[in-house]
Design a binder for this molecule. Structure first.
Ligand code: PBG
Length: 330
């Protein structure tokens, strides 16, 4: 054949492939979400193989490991004992709660590790919703935002470097920015879940933090989280968060929303994060356990795709093991 263009030339060996590679995955782009609780022992989460609800002591050990392996940021999610929960999530503001005491302990021991405090009421409410619920079962926007502002301040006081509102109430980014600034926390960043979808991929996470209701009454968050059908609406949410003062935008979930990541990347200047959520993690683990997929290549391909779509950083439950393996081959 008389071909001028032979794209295979650029694929003929590993060396040339590495020269022409357009997207890479690096440990420095990964953020590890961690689950914690107040009990003195750690417990595996059944639907998330390899992931534990960590005791305060094991949490500190995990932070030390992650830092040594090159992970620079963690996102914390508390499992709150049912006895502390109420319909308003009041325990979220108690300075002695496990989330705030953990942030304090981590920042004291590892000041260089970036701690991202999730700002939402769901771990603390007895109904499992991210906001305050009225007698008719409606989630109230403005009273919830007031709570979230207070939560952001107590998190900053505990030492959080970044607060991450994950609730999808309207106007919360602007309100939190103002509240933080008034309390002289202008250096604390806001990483906002700008486009968070009402996704079925959050199931294992809800197991992990104990916000799941029984199977007959699945938690329906569709009045605040976004409809999976929509992409223009994601851009609308993104632009609102930018106007309100977000520093880093998050899209969530990641793998099933690569088009959203790309559309946002093409339109905004802010750094963009994507959250590869619990269900995405569980799917890969489950298929690998059955022997139906090869674990490591699938894991890496799933993350590379998220980077290729345009995410600068990825929150992923795989961060720990990727960083550890990378460190050991250095
Ligand atoms: C709620 C919250 C959720 C996740 C992070 N924060 C679940 C939900 O909206 O019910 C899910 C993360 C995951 O699935 O890994 N504030």
């Amino acid at each position: 054949m008389n071909l001028i263009d032979r794209p295979r030339r650029n694929r003929k060996n590993p060396a040339i492939r590495s020269l022409v590679r357009e997207t890479t995955l690096s440990v420095s782009n990964l953020i590890q979400p961690l689950f914690l609780w107040e009990k003195e022992w750690s417990e595996p989460i059944e639907s998330m193989p390899g992931i534990m609800r960590l005791s305060p002591k094991d949490l500190l050990q995990e932070c030390e490991n992650l830092l040594r392996w090159g992970i620079s940021a963690i996102a914390l999610f508390p499992y709150i004992e049912p006895k502390y929960k109420d319909s308003r999530g009041s325990h979220g503001l108690n300075p002695d709660n496990i989330l705030l005491t953990a942030i304090q302990a981590i920042k004291k021991a590892y000041p260089d590790l970036i701690v991202i405090a999730d700002i939402a009421l769901d771990p603390f409410t007895d109904h499992g919703h991210d906001g305050i619920m009225n007698a008719q079962g409606r989630i109230l926007n403005d009273p919830t935002v007031e709570m979230l502002c207070k939560m952001a301040i107590v998190s900053a006081q505990a030492g959080a470097d970044i607060v991450a509102p994950s609730d999808m109430m309207d106007g919360r980014v602007g309100a939190i920015r103002e509240a933080l600034d008034q309390a002289e926390f202008e250096e604390v960043s806001i990483m906002s879940y700008a486009a968070k979808y009402a996704s079925a991929y959050y199931g294992p996470f809800r197991d992990a933090v104990g916000s799941k209701k029984d199977k007959k009454f699945p938690l329906d968050k569709k009045t605040y989280q976004m409809d999976p059908s929509n992409i223009r609406e994601a851009l609308r949410e993104i632009f609102l968060d930018i106007q309100e003062g977000s520093d880093i935008l998050i899209i969530k979930p990641a793998g099933a929303y690569l088009d959203v990541i790309r559309a946002v990347r093409d339109q905004v200047l802010l750094p963009l994060a994507a959250y590869q959520v619990s269900g995405e993690y569980a799917q890969i683990c489950a298929a690998a356990r059955l022997g139906w997929l090869d674990y490591e290549p699938i894991r890496d391909e799933s993350l590379l795709a998220i980077r290729r779509a345009g995410a600068d950083m990825i929150l992923t439950y795989f961060a720990h093991e990727i960083a550890e393996a990378n460190f050991k081959t250095l």
